[in-house]
Write a protein that binds this ligand. Structure first.
Ligand SMILES: O=P(O)(O)OC[C@H]1O[C@H](OP(=O)(O)OP(=O)(O)O)[C@H](O)[C@@H]1O
Ligand SMILES: NC(=O)CC[C@H](N)C(=O)O
Ligand code: SF4
Ligand SMILES: [Mg+2]
Length: 524
């Protein structure tokens, strides 16, 4: 991950960033100068804070230069949270963000509203690295939104860490977004032709610029006006000085749920596990195409036009969501357990022990072992401080990540015929390494079972899956077996995936498994 080293400030009158000092970090590139009104106290961790009486401009430095190509390739999966009506809003946002850290490990941010002022704090790193008690103390107010980010190309830039804050005609507005706008390039061109200036390379900024040019007379109408011009996936939360607005795109690609705490405060989050950690009771999903506004008058609901067919991401219950979450009305645990059961039914193998690839393969392995009637054991241990590897930004960090994360246990594996179950194979970073580890620990045979179908196509809706990188791209299962080095390899069938998704499986996107995508390219 590229480290952002420096931020400096200046008043709007000078227009050029003034470096407070320049450390020697090899290649350095200036990425952003972002004017922010004096009404926003803009805080960054690592002393990235500055304030002037007139305005603030940030310049961030990274030791990795971002090319246009990198920027075009950015595809992210992130997590959002929001709290309305709790004096501890920033702490609740922070705790909720920790619960969805598995959705993004590169950057985190929170913005709160207090006394007509927005207080943002964003930084590169894990939630616990960006926020501590003193930082949270600088985020007053009873309303807040937060974001964890996962960017998947080489560059990791502070400028793209959300929430974003903007000064609009109607006042200050902040947004946090999970998803990916497939018409971003087109929107950006149109907006630039109208004179809009973009401060970041993130698709999310297009939403703020659309709001800037909207002629509507209230924030809520402007947000609806902007969202109705977006194509792609977006679960978003907006913050004004006195309102929260939660929006989910009409196809409902990404999850977004609503809950309530016992003191009446309203909470939104990408996943229910974030509600649990802050003792909020799950109320319901934000429905596809729904706009929920929370303010001192209560809760109001609007709907985006046009209404479209639901297309929730089936990779959420497979991998992205946490095992104790409920997503799109499915229990992630039950989904994965059923997938394991069906996998054992479809692809049995004579063996002595079933082991999971921790962490996301655990529940499917339990289901497999139960159905197969074979002992289940932890033959691979996950080091407690390790995060996810698939969402690391570079192949090098993903390779190292698997090695550092998993250790084989010879007492489970030695002399055994082993079935190892994982949730998915995407780029094939994990599978060959763990097959080797299991063999080196003395296993006699290694059979891999994967609890989803082969991933054969890219994702344009918020997960970093590029076709050229996919292990299954242009390969038969036998060819994939040879690459992974196992004795046998089998995947869950598409039929079984649909079965696990339930009666409404047609309401799920399965594009990366089928190459049939829900958004026609003419819409982008
Ligand atoms: O084929 P690949 O490109 O390696 O991607 C697939 C692997 O990556 C994920 O694990 P990850 O370590 O990200 O997270 P986890 O701890 O939740 O399993 C997933 O669970 C697979 O193990
Ligand atoms: N994709 C996400 O979920 C993050 C939002 C947005 N696409 C970004 O660039 O940051
Ligand atoms: S293409 Fe795959 S990862 Fe992307 S939204 Fe559809 S199911 Fe999810
Ligand atoms: Mg895994």
């Amino acid at each position: 991950m590229a480290t952002t080293h420096h931020v400096s400030s200046l008043t709007l009158s000078s227009r050029k960033p003034v470096l407070s000092s320049q450390p020697s970090y090899g290649r350095r590139s200036l990425y952003v100068c972002k004017p922010i009104s004096s009404k926003i106290l803009h805080l960054r961790h690592n002393n990235f804070f500055n304030k002037t009486s007139e305005s603030i401009v940030f310049a961030t430095y990274s030791d990795e230069k971002v090319s246009d190509n990198d920027v075009k390739e950015l595809r992210e999966e992130c997590g959002v949270v929001a709290v309305y009506g709790d004096p501890d809003a920033s702490r609740l946002c922070c705790d909720a963000l920790r619960a969805i850290q598995h959705r993004g490990q590169e950057g985190a941010g929170i913005v709160t509203a207090y006394d007509n002022v927005l207080f943002p704090l964003t930084g590169v790193g894990l939630v616990g690295e960006v926020f501590d008690e003193s930082k949270l103390g600088q985020l007053p107010g009873e309303i807040g939104i937060g974001h964890v980010r996962y960017s998947t190309t080489g560059a990791s830039m502070l400028q793209n860490v959300q929430p974003f804050v903007s000064e609009t005609r109607l006042g200050h507005l902040a947004v946090a977004h999970n998803g990916n706008l497939t018409n971003y390039e087109k929107l950006k061109k149109m907006l630039q032709e109208k004179g809009c200036i973009f401060n970041t390379c993130s698709d999310t900024e297009a939403v703020l610029r659309l709001i800037d040019i909207s002629k509507k007379t209230t924030f809520v109408l402007q947000i609806i006006d902007a969202c109705e011009q977006l194509v792609g996936s977006y679960s978003m939360v907006f913050l004004t000085k006195d309102k929260l607005v939660a929006v989910r795109d009409p196809r409902g690609f990404r999850p977004l749920v609503m809950g309530r705490r016992s003191n009446g405060s309203v909470v939104f989050a990408s996943e229910t596990c974030a509600l649990d950690i802050i003792q909020a009771t799950y109320k319901r999903e934000v429905k596809p195409g729904e706009v929920i506004v929370v303010d001192k008058y209560g809760t109001q609901t609007f709907h985006l036009s046009p209404q479209l067919e639901r297309s929730c991401c089936s990779f959420e219950p497979i991998y992205f969501s946490w095992h104790n979450s409920e997503v799109f009305g499915l229990s992630v645990h039950d989904f994965r357990y059923n997938a394991g059961i069906r996998l054992a039914t479809e692809s049995p193998v004579d063996c002595d022990v079933v082991i999971p690839v921790p962490h996301s393969g655990v529940i499917a392995a339990e289901g497999y072992a139960f159905k197969a009637g074979i002992p289940y054991a932890m033959g691979l241990h996950r080091r407690p401080d390790s995060g996810r590897t698939f969402i690391q930004p570079t192949q090098e960090s993903r390779d190292i990540g698997v090695k550092r994360k998993l250790t084989p246990d010879p007492s489970v594996l030695e002399g055994k015929r082993v079935v190892v179950v994982d949730d998915s194979i995407v780029r094939g970073t994990t599978a060959p390494q763990i097959v080797r580890m299991i063999r080196e620990a003395g296993a006699k045979e290694v059979h891999m079972r994967i609890a989803c179908p082969p991933i054969i196509g890219p994702c344009m809706y918020g997960v970093n899956i590029k076709k050229s990188e996919l292990l299954a791209n242009g390969k038969t299962v036998e060819e994939m077996r040879q690459v992974t080095g196992c004795d046998s390899l089998a995947f869950l069938s598409l039929e079984s995936l649909k079965n696990c998704l339930g009666d409404d499986s047609s309401g799920f996107c399965k594009g990366c498994f089928t190459n049939e995508y829900p958004i026609p390219s003419s819409e982008d």
